[in-house]
Every structure is written in C-alpha cells, then in structure tokens.
Design a protein around this ligand. Structure first.
Ligand SMILES: Cc1cc2nc3c(=O)[nH]c(=O)nc-3n(C[C@H](O)[C@H](O)[C@H](O)COP(=O)(O)OP(=O)(O)OC[C@H]3O[C@@H](n4cnc5c(N)ncnc54)[C@H](O)[C@@H]3O)c2cc1C
Ligand code: SF4
Length: 477
C-alpha cells in the first residue's frame, strides 16, 4: 500500500476529513471520561495530508498565538513527531489544552483554504492534530527543550493561574526573571481546572501542562487572594517585585434578576461547575461535596458554559435536562460542536423561550420555571433579529434544579482596592491591547479581566504579548 506521504496531490485532495473516534453518546453521558478518543498515527497522517501547504497560510493568521500550522502538519505527515511537537511548542506551552478547547472553527479552521462551504468540504482538522501531537508527546515522555536565560535578578508577581497567568509566567521565567504566581484557590489552573468539565478536558492533562512551570522554576503560592492576603502596592513596594501582571479572570456570575432566583435549587453555572469539577462532587462517595443532582434540570442560556452545565447535569444523574434560550438555535453563542454533543447525549432545547419567574414550593425549594414564548422580530443593533414576546403565550417547565449560565463579569475584589488602575464601564481593567500595560506604573494585565469573558487562546495570546513588554521594561531598569 502506498504510504500517505507519497500520495499525489489529487489523491490527497480526495481524502475525507478524519473525524476522531468518540465514546458512544448514551454511554458517555453517564460518566466523566473524555468524549474524544484521539487519532491513531495513520489517521493523523491522513488528516495532515489534507493540508495543501499554502505559501501564505491563512490559518496561521487565524491563530492568536501564530502556530506554524503547515509546518507541524507536514512534520506529522512525514512522521517527524518530535519535530512537529517542537514546532507547536515554539508558539504555545499548552497544546494539549488548546487542541481540546480552542474554538478552531471560528479561528484557524474558519479561514483554512481547504474549507469550501459550497461543496461542503470541511477545513483541515488543525485542532485535532494539535491534540494528537501533544498527547503523543505526553504519552511518550517527550518534553519541551527548556532554554532558560541567565538570571536577571528581576522579580515578577503574576496574579491568577489561568491561561493568561500561566503563559506570562512561563515566558518570563525563560527570560531569566524570577516569577511568582499568586492564586486565590487551593489549586492552580483557573477555569481550565474549576470550569471546563473533565469530559472535555481531563484534569490530568491540565496538571501535566502546568508541570512545565515547575521545570522553569516558577513558584506558585496557592490560597493567596491578592486584594486581601496581599495587595498590588505591597507586592511592588514591600516584597520587592519589579513588575506585576494581573490575570484574575472574570469569574463573577451574572444573574437574571427575576423572582425566585434565591430558591434552593437555583445555581449559577460557576458554582455548579466548581462544585462538580474542582470540588469533585462528581466523585461521590469518595468526595462528599454537597451538590443537588437534580431530576429535572433547566439550564438558562445557550453558550459553551451552558452546554458544559447541561452535560454535567446529565452525568450527575438527571433524568431530563432542558436548555432554555430566548433566541434561536442558529443564534446560540455555543459552538456548533458543543450543541451537537449535548443533543447527541439527550439534552433537550427550548428555543425562543425566555425565563419569567422561578416557582418555589412551601419549603423554599425550586418546583418549576415559568417562561414567555418569543418570536423573532426586526434586527437589533447587533444585526441579529431581536426576540419579542408573543402576548399571552407562556410555558411552565417542572424542575428541581436550575443552572443560570448567562455569562460572567469582572470580580471587583482586587480592582477596587488597587489605586491608579483604570477600569472600563464593565469593570474590566483598561490595558493597551498590544502590550497589556495598564494605567498603573509597573502593572500589566491580560486575559478575561481585560477582555471580558473570552477564550483560552486569547488569554494566552495576551499573556505572550505582555510577557514581551514586561521583559523589555525589566531589562531597562
Ligand atoms: C465553564 C467554562 C467553559 C469554558 N470553555 C471554554 C472553551 O471550551 N474554550 C475556550 O477557549 N474558552 C472557554 N472558556 C473561557 C476560558 O476558560 C477563559 O476565557 C480563560 O480561562 C480566561 O483565562 P484567564 O487566565 O484570563 O482567567 P481564568 O482562567 O479565569 O483564571 C483566573 C485565575 O485567577 C484567580 N484569581 C481571581 N482573583 C484572584 C485574586 N484576587 N488573587 C489571586 N488569584 C485570583 C482565579 O482563582 C483563577 O484561578 C470557558 C469558561 C468557562 C467558565
Ligand atoms: S490554510 Fe489550511 S491548507 Fe492552508 S496551510 Fe493552513 S491548514 Fe494547510
């Protein structure tokens, strides 16, 4: 049989997209194991062979950290797997995470030249290949070559250990600066650990990629709430840090502001997912974290966090899970892949349905949700058709657990007590989009605390840019 790398251009163009094998939807909805089972080498080579090696690759421009995509795809095709992972590591320290959770369909794969909407030809599976090569390195004990510059004697405080903080810390440590991460929680990783559920991103993978920070000599101080345990001025003036990077995310849940939100059984997605993931309620009886499993569960909102909540509720034993959203399926903010996975697993959807009031029982527990039925009207300022209420048309949904998942906002705990830090109207830190420099001397910021709720790769991209700017500053003082 002809080797994949020897196929003609025509033969390569005819290869269908290699989809990763996934666990059966009905089975996987009963446990937390990862849904995707990954590629074999031959599947990865076939997928990599679909890339036509563009001279001016649009995919690289679509990637917020600029991975040399055709480069690592060609290396996979030619079975130079060490070369492929080195190419990826040149641009990102977290490829196993990015391969799994990056919204590739609206980034690199969106602009891949192979994608043809008219013929229905899908883009090259760049995200799947990134996941493949990162998993290959992990399983085979291949580590990034660490090249740490001579110590500069400069100290940097990073606040928050999510993707923005991790990236800044790693990049600055490589430049020879002494970096300490201050993390409020008892474990590092940010949303990667306490938000995104195990069935999409195994915590072992997060721990493995975080281990690189140890190898770079980055110190992580857990249970350290900056703004309470320390404040930024103290770190800079009393503890001798030369610069600080704030990456505290945007973890304050938004609520609907409707009656009954205080009933027992109404959770924010943040709290629900934190209990299930970080506090391991999903591992009862080994972990005795209180959580309401819910028999009939409603999810309010239709973004990626809503899909995570819905699928977690199924895995915790719910008999029915219904996503309630006031707009249509096409207008849902969740990625198509996430909605598809939720549907496959049995999550139901009530589109054009807007929550009106939570109804309680006499004992203060949630009994149901009353809703208003909507229809699409004229486009609003965003260009999307606006949902409007159909007078007199209501719906009642029985439920004993409701999970509100309508986005999050900046947490004011640190920003309120830090003098000289300007905020925008939503409470996010104002920072130069290219460098992350804030209005406060010696202080940079990045990730969700500046962008609002965004993505892992955007937080990492900002972390990289800020690390460059902080390094340039440090070598001049
Ligand atoms: C459930 C869920 C699913 C998601 N799914 C995806 C996805 O599939 N793909 C994707 O790209 N994005 C996803 N996102 C968004 C993504 O996770 C975030 O955009 C990203 O994690 C932001 O990174 P960050 O470093 O800015 O902050 P975070 O990841 O939020 O990390 C901030 C860290 O700072 C710590 N902290 C906060 N305040 C303080 C303080 N005062 N002192 C010390 N430490 C502090 C927090 O404990 C936390 O560890 C999801 C988000 C959620 C909630
Ligand atoms: S745009 Fe698509 S085909 Fe072109 S180099 Fe990137 S992955 Fe390959």
């Amino acid at each position: 049989m002809k080797q994949v790398k020897n196929l003609t251009k025509k033969e390569r163009r005819a290869i269908p997209r290699q989809e990763m094998t996934e666990r059966h939807p009905k089975q996987r909805a009963t446990y937390f194991e990862e849904v995707s089972l990954g590629y074999s080498l031959i599947e990865a080579q076939y997928e990599a062979a679909r890339c036509i090696q563009c001279k001016d690759p649009a995919c690289v421009k679509g990637c917020p950290v600029g991975i040399n995509i055709p480069g690592f795809l060609d290396q996979i095709l030619n079975q130079n797997l060490e070369g492929a992972i080195d190419t990826v590591w040149d641009a990102t320290a977290l490829p196993a995470i990015c391969g799994r959770v990056c919204p590739q369909e609206i980034q690199c794969e969106e602009v891949c030249i192979v994608k043809n909407e008219k013929t229905g030809k899908p883009a090259v599976g760049i995200g799947n290949l990134e996941m493949y090569i990162a998993d290959w390195a992990r399983v085979n004990g291949v580590k990034p070559k660490i090249d740490i510059a001579k110590s500069t004697g400069k100290k940097v405080a990073v606040v928050g250990s999510g993707p923005a903080g991790i990236t800044v810390a790693g990049e600055l440590a490589k430049k020879g600066h002494k970096v300490t991460i201050f993390e409020a929680l008892h474990k590092a990783g940010g949303v990667l650990l306490y938000g995104i559920p195990e069935f999409r991103l195994s915590k072992d993978i997060v721990a493995h990629e975080l281990k690189q920070l140890d190898d770079l000599g980055v110190e992580i101080k857990l249970n350290s709430v900056v703004g309470r345990t320390y404040d930024i001025d103290e770190l800079l003036e009393e503890y001798g840090y030369d610069a600080a990077f704030i990456a505290v995310g945007a973890g304050t849940p938004n609520f609907l502001g409707i009656a009954g939100e205080d009933l027992t059984g109404v959770f924010s997605a943040n709290e629900y997912l934190t209990r299930a993931s970080l506090m391991r309620a999903s591992e009862f009886p080994y972990y005795d974290t209180p959580i309401i499993p819910g028999k009939n569960v409603v999810i309010l909102g239709a973004g990626n966090v809503a899909m995570d909540s819905a699928r977690t509720a199924l895995r915790l034993g719910a008999e029915s899970v219904t996503v309630v959203y006031r707009r249509t399926k096409e207008q849902s903010p969740a990625l198509a892949k996430e909605i598809h996975h939720a549907e496959e697993e049995g999550v139901k959807f009530e589109f054009l349905t807007s929550p009106l009031e939570f109804i309680g029982r006499n004992d203060g527990k949630l009994a149901g949700l009353s809703c208003q039925i909507m229809e699409l009207g004229e486009p609003d300022e965003s260009g999307r058709s606006k949902p409007i209420a159909i007078e007199g048309k209501h719906k009642y949904i029985d439920c004993d657990l409701a999970i509100i998942s309508i986005g999050t906002s900046a947490n004011p705990l640190l920003t309120n007590v830090t003098k000289g830090l300007e905020l925008n109207e939503w409470g996010n830190i104002k920072a130069d989009p290219k460098t992350g420099k804030t209005t406060k001397d010696k202080v940079w910021a990045g990730g969700d605390i500046t962008l609002g709720q965004a993505t892992v790769i955007l937080a990492m991209g900002m972390g990289k840019d800020s690390a460059k700017a902080i390094h340039e500053y440090l070598i001049t003082i």
